[in-house]
Each structure stands twice: as structure tokens, then as C-alpha cells.
Design a protein around this ligand. Structure first.
Ligand SMILES: *Cc1c(COP(=O)(O)O)cnc(C)c1O
Length: 406
């Protein structure tokens, strides 16, 4: 396995990402400024991470202040800013306790472990399996990949972690059939983000809650993408009409600073005693400062009204583009500012045509283009983005008409 002559490589980064050939050096709210000076309208928000846009003055100030004081002490010690963030997240949600980590996959690992441990400490160590849904995405660790169940991501990585039973999204009968003596709980995203901006009806969520209550199962929500305002409320579960027992958060939690959290009721977290779980970096002082600063902004009166207003505007405008270019795009889905446009042509063609128009968007499953503007986006920028989309669609419609004529 060793070699004496090193190969010449254009990049020394492990090539697991198909990166676009553009780099940015600065950000201002919803704008990204490339190294060559070009200005891009950023409707990726770093994949639903930069909820407050780039270089938000309140976040910048909070991080600058904390950076000069103390970065990291480890979880050997009390972290007052972390305590404060946990209290605020619990005050704003169903939860009683929060565990901090550094990413979505880690938040999900904590959630999976907690669900299993809950059953174990309640006399049912044999109940370790979680029911999950087709199209789900829960992360890239071995367990979260098994939970997501996407064959293309599991291929070649050895035996799949045991403990997940996948059923079609929205299929209540399949869920009932999947419940057995080894079932610990049900794991679902309120909206599937990576899976193509898809959700089950509120009635499905109510039925899942009932099934969990009747069978003493835990209901786990993966709100890594939907949480922290993306759906127009602080947490998406608020819109489903039910509360989970355990919830994973990450993406927007630190406003761009890497941070994840697993929130739970005290009952669901019963087994998580000292030594049962941990993280070296989780919830360090920089992360806690970023999380508190993000909440400061989101909890200001009117923040979510603004998100909902922008959501309506974006959805209306996108619908009119769909009407005019049915050969390029044919459906608008989503809620809040997690919006998907289903493409007729390959979604990748739409995304690169949009990038040529200096509008950045993200691919999702089911041939969907995701529009994930920062939650602070304004009317002008939404109108600007839709104009760029129209130009891209007009170009793609001409190209596809030409190729059909040939
Ligand atoms: C992004 C995402 C994850 C994984 O988060 P990482 O920070 O990339 O580990 C898990 N679940 C959902 C729903 C996500 O959108």
C-alpha cells in the first residue's frame, strides 16, 4: 500500500465532493462575493446552515467577543453559555434536556442511542430497532447511513449497521406492520430535505404519535434541516401538530458555526446518565456563543412572520415560472424557506444554468432544485432570484426545443 513516487494531484482534498469551480472570499447577508469579484445571490445558505445570511453583525460581534476570551475547555467543566443555550432551546420547545455535538450526523447518533437506551432502562433491551422512511437522509456515519437506507451511500462500506426497518413515507399500514417485539421507536424528518422536499400529511404525524403512545415507542424527529426556523416556525414539529420525544438539530443552530444538538424530554433521556455518551468538542464556548447569538436574532418579535411572508412570495413567484416553463420545471413544493422546484430537464442542468445567472441553489433527490435562501432574505432579493430563474428557464427551454427539433 505504500508508494515511493507521489502522484501529481490538482487537489489534495479527498475527492468525495463534486465541487463547482467557484470560490468565495466574502459574504454580505444573502450575497456571496467570489474571488474574481462576481456577486452571487446565495439561495443555498451553505445547505440550510447560514440562516441569518453571511456576516450577520450580531453573530460577528458575539463570536469576536468570545474568540478573544475563551474557545474551548471540554465538557469536564461547566459551560455557562452552553447551559444558557440549553435552557433557551428547552424553553422554546417540548424538550427538557439538550446534548450538544458538532454536526447533524452526531446529533442523530445521539438520538438513536438515546431511543435504544430508553427502552433498555425501561426493561426492554431487546427493543433496539427504529422504523425509518424511504427517501430519508440522516447523515453519513455508519449508523445514520443505515437509518437513511440509501443503497448508493451504503455500497462498499461493509455490513450495514443493524437496527433499522424502512417503510414508504406516509404508509401507515406499513408502519403498523413493521412494529414488532424489537421496535424501539419511529424516526422521521418533518420534511425530507435531501430526499427532494417531501413531507407526509399532519394526519400521518398524528397517527405516528398515537402508535408510539400505544406501543410505548419513542418518536424521534430529525430536524437537522427543518429546525431553527427553516419551515417558518422555530421547529417544524410545531406545524405537524404533534411533539416528538427526541429531536435532532444542527445545520442552522450555530448560524454557520458547526454545531448539533439532541433535545429530549427527561422521560426519553432517562438512560443517558454520566458516562453513557459524550463529545470532546460538543457545545464548546465558541459554539455556544454562536448558538445563543443565532437565537437572539430568531426570537426577536416578527422574525418568523417575516420568514412566512417571504415563503409565500417565493412560492407564488416560483409557481408562475412553473406555469410559463412547463418543459423545464413542473412543480413547487415545500414550506417556509425550504422550497423545492421539481425539474423536467435534469435538475443539475437547472442548477448550473442558475449558477451562470449568479444564483446559487442546491440539488435534492427526486430531480428537485432546492431554494434555501437565508431567513433574512428580503422581497427585492426574492424578486431578483426569480428573474434569474426565468432567464435560466428561457435558455433551457430554447435548448430543449432545439434538441427536440434535431
Ligand atoms: C444534513 C442533514 C443531516 C446530516 O448533517 P451533517 O451535519 O452533515 O452530519 C442529518 N439529517 C438531516 C435531515 C440533514 O438534512
Amino acid at each position: 500500500m505504500s508508494h515511493t513516487v507521489k502522484p501529481h494531484l490538482d487537489s489534495h482534498m479527498l475527492p468525495v465532493f463534486a465541487r463547482a469551480d467557484v470560490a468565495f472570499e466574502r459574504g454580505e447577508g444573502p450575497w456571496l462575493i467570489a474571488t474574481n469579484g462576481d456577486r452571487y445571490l446565495d439561495f443555498t445558505s451553505g445547505v440550510a446552515v447560514n440562516a441569518l445570511g453571511h456576516a450577520h453583525p450580531h453573530l460577528v460581534a458575539a463570536l469576536q467577543e468570545q474568540t478573544a476570551k475563551l474557545w474551548h475547555v471540554s465538557n469536564l467543566f461547566t459551560i455557562p453559555e452552553g447551559e444558557r443555550l440549553a435552557t433557551r432551546l428547552c424553553d422554546e420547545s417540548f424538550a427538557d434536556v439538550a446534548f450538544f455535538c458538532n454536526s447533524g450526523a452526531e446529533a442523530m447518533e445521539a438520538a438513536i442511542k438515546m431511543a435504544r437506551k430508553f427502552q433498555a432502562v425501561n426493561g426492554h433491551p431487546e427493543r433496539y430497532r427504529l422504523i425509518t422512511f424511504e427517501g430519508a437522509f440522516h447523515g453519513r456515519t455508519l449508523a445514520t447511513l443505515a437509518a437513511g437506507g440509501q443503497q448508493k451511500y451504503l455500497e462498499g462500506f461493509g455490513p450495514r449497521v443493524d437496527g433499522f426497518d424502512q417503510v414508504p413515507l406516509g404508509d401507515l399500514e406499513a408502519v403498523k406492520k413493521a412494529i414488532g417485539p424489537h421496535t424501539a421507536g419511529i424516526l422521521i424528518e418533518p420534511w425530507q430535505g435531501e430526499g427532494g422536499v417531501r413531507a407526509a400529511d399532519p394526519s400521518f404525524f398524528r397517527a405516528l404519535r398515537q402508535l408510539c403512545d400505544d406501543n410505548k415507542l419513542v418518536l424521534v424527529f430529525d430536524e437537522v434541516q427543518t429546525g431553527m426556523g427553516r419551515i417558518g416556525t422555530l421547529f417544524a414539529y410545531e406545524k405537524t401538530g404533534v411533539t416528538p420525544d427526541i429531536m435532532a438539530l444542527a445545520k442552522a443552530l450555530g448560524g454557520g458555526f458547526p454545531m448539533g444538538a439532541c433535545l429530549a424530554t427527561v422521560a426519553a433521556a432517562a438512560g443517558m446518565t454520566p458516562g453513557t455518551h459524550g463529545s470532546t468538542f460538543g457545545g464548546n464556548l465558541l459554539a455556544a456563543a454562536a448558538g445563543n447569538a443565532t437565537l437572539d436574532v430568531m426570537l426577536k418579535p416578527g422574525f418568523f412572520e417575516h420568514v412566512q411572508k417571504m415563503s409565500l412570495l417565493l412560492k407564488q413567484k416560483l409557481a408562475s415560472v412553473v406555469d410559463r416553463y412547463p418543459n423545464v420545471v413542473n412543480e413547487v413544493r415545500g414550506d417556509g424557506l425550504l422550497i423545492g422546484v421539481k425539474a423536467v430537464v435534469p435538475a443539475g442542468d437547472v442548477i448550473s444554468a442558475l449558477r451562470d445567472e449568479k444564483l446559487l441553489t442546491v440539488a435534492a433527490g427526486d430531480n428537485v432544485v432546492r431554494f434555501l435562501p437565508p431567513l433574512i432574505v428580503g422581497e427585492t432579493e426574492i424578486e431578483d432570484a426569480v428573474t434569474r430563474l426565468e432567464r435560466a428557464c428561457a435558455r433551457l427551454a430554447r435548448t430543449s426545443a432545439q434538441s427536440e427539433a434535431v
